[in-house]
Ligand binder design. Structure first.
Ligand SMILES: Cc1cc2nc3c(=O)[nH]c(=O)nc-3n(C[C@H](O)[C@H](O)[C@H](O)COP(=O)(O)OP(=O)(O)OC[C@H]3O[C@@H](n4cnc5c(N)ncnc54)[C@H](O)[C@@H]3O)c2cc1C
Length: 387
């Protein structure tokens, strides 16, 4: 089965056709979601015997790249569901069945979202400002503020984590679990009004004593970086699928740039197409070369995860390096596409204008530029000396 068998031409064009309207109206992509559910897209990682597509990260990345060429915000938000289901599959492939329930529930149509990011938490997964209070029956009550929860109007399962400060002799423990849409004690704030990625509707989620029962607590980890396979699985799926989305934005921008260059004519040069202008040709070539370097890196990293390649301590540098390469390349390529397309791309409603806003979001996702460079520098140079 090829990506085009799943995201067929007509489906992709329907999704592309709605993207400008969602962006203009700051509306969630309900119709795209229904179409993608009908195509089995939310079951990419679910085993075929359970009614899923039974695919791996390699194919998922190809699909997400393709989807992002049509609708970046739809692809970015769907990523969150794919990350959870991908994490479950990556763990299962390594003999860890602790998240198998995610694949089973995804098979039944549940939609998973990622409620991890917190205001003012630059430790990301390694500490939390959300309070996780242990209950006598083994469950936990969560209170805190989760920001940028994509899929807010549609999720039925939200992955959250918080810190039980009383655990581990007061050192604290990070507790991970899932709430359902019916769980009392959370509120979704109507605060998503952003420059780009508007259809993702990544609203703030306030947790106010939301209870996760014992059987839905799937990890308790010490505060600080650690080598639990969950952390590897989240990084592997998150960074790779995120890179795929931004690769799709770059790919689309290049296509639009080429179309514009072929369409535009030069008065000065006797009505010849800008495709005959050496300066413009140079910029198109530069954009194409940048994209050419990205595709093989993306597919290699995804395949290495699928094939259980052991990169040891070089795994995290590879993953964060891919994310930075993809988001920065996409930004540069959108910029070049706008430069060769001329002033029409500056008008509200032009696709390149939207891509220009959407692509900026890439710099905010973990690992951000500083954290990624720190990870890679540590892998090559060791940690900084303590003064
Ligand atoms: C389009 C998009 C979709 C995303 N989707 C998801 C998702 O589905 N799930 C998810 O978990 N994450 C998601 N992320 C979140 C992302 O991973 C980052 O966490 C997010 O971009 C915040 O980045 P930041 O820390 O640089 O922001 P900052 O600007 O540093 O902080 C964000 C907010 O926190 C406030 N803040 C900053 N410091 C403090 C402080 N010390 N005390 C109190 N408040 C403070 C700021 O005022 C601001 O309102 C998404 C991001 C984007 C751009």
């Amino acid at each position: 089965m090829t990506p085009e068998d799943i995201l067929t031409g007509p489906l992709l064009e329907r999704i592309r056709g709605r993207a400008a309207g969602y962006d203009r109206d700051n509306a969630f992509f309900h119709e795209d979601l229904a179409d993608l559910q009908a195509a089995g897209y939310l079951k990419i990682f679910v085993p075929a015997v359970d009614g899923g597509l039974g695919l791996g990260l390699t194919e998922a990345a190809q699909l997400q790249r393709l989807l992002a060429t049509a609708a970046p915000a739809t692809a970015l938000a769907i990523n969150m569901h794919l990350v959870w289901t991908g994490v479950a599959q990556v763990l299962a492939a390594r003999g860890d069945s602790s998240l198998d329930f995610i694949l089973q529930e995804a098979a039944q149509g549940e939609v998973f979202a990622f409620g991890n990011s917190e205001a003012g938490n630059d430790s990301v997964l390694f500490d939390s400002r959300t309070e996780a209070v242990p209950l006598p029956d083994g469950g936990y009550s969560f209170t805190g503020r989760k920001i940028f929860t994509s899929l807010s109007p549609a999720w039925t399962r939200l992955g959250i984590f918080g810190k039980d400060s009383s655990a581990q002799d007061g050192a604290g423990e990070l507790v991970h679990g899932f709430i359902t849409r019916a769980t009392p004690g959370y509120e979704i704030l109507p605060d998503w009004d952003t420059l780009g990625m508007r259809a993702s509707q990544s609203n703030t989620t306030l947790l106010d004593g939301a209870v996760v029962p014992a059987e839905r607590i799937f990890r308790k980890l010490p505060v600080g970086p650690n080598a639990d396979p969950l952390i590897f699985a989240i990084f592997a799926c998150f960074e790779t699928l995120l890179a795929a989305v931004y690769a799709g934005i770059g790919e689309r921008a290049l296509t639009l740039g080429v179309e514009a260059v072929e369409r535009r004519t030069s008065f000065k040069n006797g009505g010849r197409s800008y495709a005959q202008d050496p300066d413009i040709r140079w910029k198109v070539a530069e954009a194409a070369m940048a994209m050419d370097a990205l595709y093989p890196q993306l597919s290699r990293v995804a395949a290495d995860v699928d094939e259980l390649v052991d990169h040891g301590s070089q795994w995290f540098p590879r993953l964060v390096g891919l994310k930075v390469r993809a988001t920065e390349t996409a930004r540069a390529v959108v910029d070049l596409a706008i430069r060769v397309s001329g002033g029409s791309s500056y008008f509200r409603g032009s696709e390149l204008e939207r891509l220009y806003r959407d692509v900026l979001a890439g710099m905010f996702h973990p690992s951000d530029d500083e954290s990624a460079h720190n990870t890679v520098a540590n892998a090559w140079l060791g940690p900084l000396d303590t003064p």
